[in-house]
Design a protein around this ligand. Sequence first.
Ligand SMILES: *Cc1c(COP(=O)(O)O)cnc(C)c1O
Length: 363
Amino acid sequence: MEQDLKIFLEKIKDRSQTYIGYPAATDFNYTELLPFLEYSLNNVGDPYIFSNDMQSKQFEREVLEFFAEYFNAPKNNYWGYVTNGGSEGNLYALYLARELYPNGMVYYSEATHYSIQKNLHLLNMESIVIRSQPSGEMDYADLEETLQMNRHRSVIILANIGTTMTEAKDHVPTIQSILKNYAIKSSYVHSDAALSGSYLPLLGYHDFDFAHGADSVAISGHKFFGSPITTGVVMVKKSYKERIGRSINYIGSLDTTITGSRSGINALIMWYAIKKHGRDGMLRRTMECVENANHLKVQLNALGIPAWTNTNSFTVVFPKATEEICKKWQLASDNDISHVICMPGVTRAMLDAFVEDMKKSKQ
Ligand SMILES: *Cc1c(COP(=O)(O)O)cnc(C)c1O
């Protein structure tokens, strides 16, 4: 048994040195939270409703308070919870949208994360895929045309704030102005901000938050903030959530989250990450990542590789790398492109070693 764990630890230690293709920060240290691992903390149900003392809901509420400000949520009209990841946040938001508009048609771009299709299937919601521009951003002309054909339906739009492959951001104010132009009365816009939403506010980019037309926002906690356990946050307008609370009250007003039992450790981890870094530390980490992405792009361009980035992004996109490189550096590839995501914890030394491998593979 001891040997099994030892071998496994050695393996992940080694593989973490070349982990640059997926968006998980690795620069975290939660050793101060270790004593809490000796207890079973369960934030079951609603974060605002007391269950018992073996939970960390007071920390969870502070996390929500932070994100309410971060995402310009309406004062005294926000609600949310710490999830098991971005996908659960998206599932909750789509569930809320469906309860508000049972006849709604969902629109999302072809660059959308794979989990959305599964969520829509689970929720039995009708949907239409909108074309993407080459950057990965939604093709608004296609959105307009498609909306026009379905004007009688309520509209639910899933905006990508950082697409999976190219980290493109769908522009929520543009989406809102299209909805207005076509005089669409009932609409709901969800920002799937899993990766980029965690740091964009620090760079002064807010075109996906509540003040800019979103009805809900979801992020992943293990991406930018970093966590040994997958986690996330979903935030919605409280008035919406209360409306579904009433319409589905046979579930019982306490059971407002997707899962019943929820990890109390996750809420502590999110709280600790926010407190420990502070806004200054978070901005410093963000700037480093943006600079690293730019550094990598320049290095690859110097080799004649047409690498590119979207603005305010950690993701460097380039023509599909060789199988050997994709395997060693754990790169995600889709069709003809690969990407490196310069997350906190990815060092210049790692990037330079990667560039060296790319150089060799060209020869
Ligand atoms: C990562 C990601 C998700 C899924 O988040 P998980 O935390 O892995 O569940 C959803 N959408 C986008 C755009 C993502 O980048």
